[in-house]
Design a protein around this ligand. Structure first.
Ligand SMILES: C[S@@+](CC[C@H](N)C(=O)[O-])C[C@H]1O[C@@H](n2cnc3c(N)ncnc32)[C@H](O)[C@@H]1O
Length: 366
């Protein structure tokens, strides 16, 4: 194990770093910096494991293990061979290396990766293109930064959703948009175009304190220094009970079926409710006003523009007529469509990259 705190870089979608920082602080991580694309934490290996297990907004968690100048490949090779690979990697678990180069004398990423692979093999580990354990090397301005990817498969894959509708919102983004919309553990949540139920389920999980990584596995479980007992001690099983406060509707029967299946798999069937209904039939759930959060179809992904303006108009009208006192939050890529709702939006949130589409969160209080 290393002495002193590790530099842990938690990756998120650009635009959502501020909300991730808030989440990390709420969960008592030691946040030391916010950078484009993520936040840096200081901590030990148990913090790395907990970040993977608990941070809903994290796409992946990288552990920066080395940083050195590398002006040419031979230097990269030599410095890489000095790293204590056996401290982190196991000889029986294959590894792969991904490298990127920017504004550096070493400009050939594949050649850079090969040098690091050579060093890893020299330390007694094997390589495989399909390996789950990945070493990431970034060479920027002649500075090489070597990180261990502690997550493996992207953390938006919670391991719970077998069913996804077309154009699903990534869980990581949905959770941070919910945070941006002011989700707290007592509020009611409703998504009237819920698709496979991502917002509703993320809201319910967060409210009950369920750990997003509770059923999936992580790359760090195959690291040399992994301590399963210590990791298991970080797991929590909070009780999920009480009134139904998390609601979704959608005009598509398949979407409702998927949402219900996903809710059952997540252990949330008793506190969630899904109903097949077009937007015109959406009514506010009983109980105190809460948050409506939704991402209606937007151009480029599904649907056509003219029809979409009508749909957004109908959404806005239903909100104004039946959701007095609710906070309305909507994610879309298109300011024109947001305007078509006729809602009096606050200034929209930062632009967020969602698989190439630029989306943002629009909010208003009715
Ligand atoms: C972009 S998807 C939402 C994805 C969802 N957030 C998820 O993560 O799966 C938009 C959803 O709006 C629904 N929809 C489109 N027009 C609708 C309407 N008029 N009334 C209700 N739902 C509608 C679609 O069936 C689709 O599931």
């Amino acid at each position: 194990m290393s002495v002193g705190p590790l530099e842990i870089f938690v990756v998120t979608a650009p635009g959502l770093e501020g909300l991730l920082e808030e989440e990390a602080s709420d969960l008592t991580f030691d946040v030391v910096d916010r950078l484009p694309g993520g936040v840096t934490l200081a901590g030990g290996w148990p913090d790395v494991w907990r970040a993977n297990l608990e941070l809903r907004g994290a796409t992946r968690v990288l552990v920066r293990v080395a940083s050195f100048r590398a002006m040419h490949l031979a230097q990269l090779d030599k410095r890489s061979r000095k790293l204590p690979w056996a401290q982190w990697l196991r000889s029986d678990v294959p590894v792969r290396v991904e490298a990127t180069c920017r504004k550096s004398r070493i400009y050939h990423a594949k050649a850079a990766a090969q040098r690091i692979e050579g060093a890893i093999e020299g330390a007694g580990m094997s390589l495989s293109k399909e390996a789950v354990v990945t070493i990431k090397a970034r060479i920027e301005d002649d500075l090489a930064t070597i990180s261990l990817d502690s997550s493996g498969i992207s953390l938006h894959k919670r391991g719970l959703k077998a069913e996804v509708n077309k154009a699903p919102m990534r869980e990581t983004l949905a959770s941070l948009f919910l945070k941006g919309a002011g989700l707290d553990s007592n509020v009611q949540v409703f998504d009237p175009m819920c698709g496979s139920g991502t917002f509703v389920l993320e809201a319910a999980e967060a409210a009950f304190g369920l750990q997003p990584g509770r059923v999936r596995s992580f790359a760090f479980e195959q690291f040399a220094n992994f301590d399963r007992e210590a990791f298991n001690a970080l797991r929590r099983s909070p009780e999920v009970s009480g009134a139904v406060r998390f609601h979704g509707s959608d005009r598509d029967a398949g979407a409702i079926r998927m949402s219900e299946a996903n809710a059952s798999r997540a252990g949330l069937a008793d506190v969630t409710q899904f109903r097949m209904a077009p937007i015109g039939d959406a009514g506010s759930p009983d109980g105190p006003p809460g948050i409506v959060i939704t991402n209606p179809p937007y151009g480029g992904r599904i649907g056509k523009k003219g029809v979409l303006h009508g749909l957004y108009g109908a959404f806005g009208q239903v909100m104004r007529e039946r959701f007095e006192g609710w906070r309305i939050a909507m994610v879309t890529s298109d300011a024109g469509l947001a305007k078509s709702t006729g809602l009096n939006w606050d200034a929209p949130g930062p632009i967020v990259d969602h698989g190439g589409t630029k989306i943002r969160l629009w909010q208003t209080q009715l």
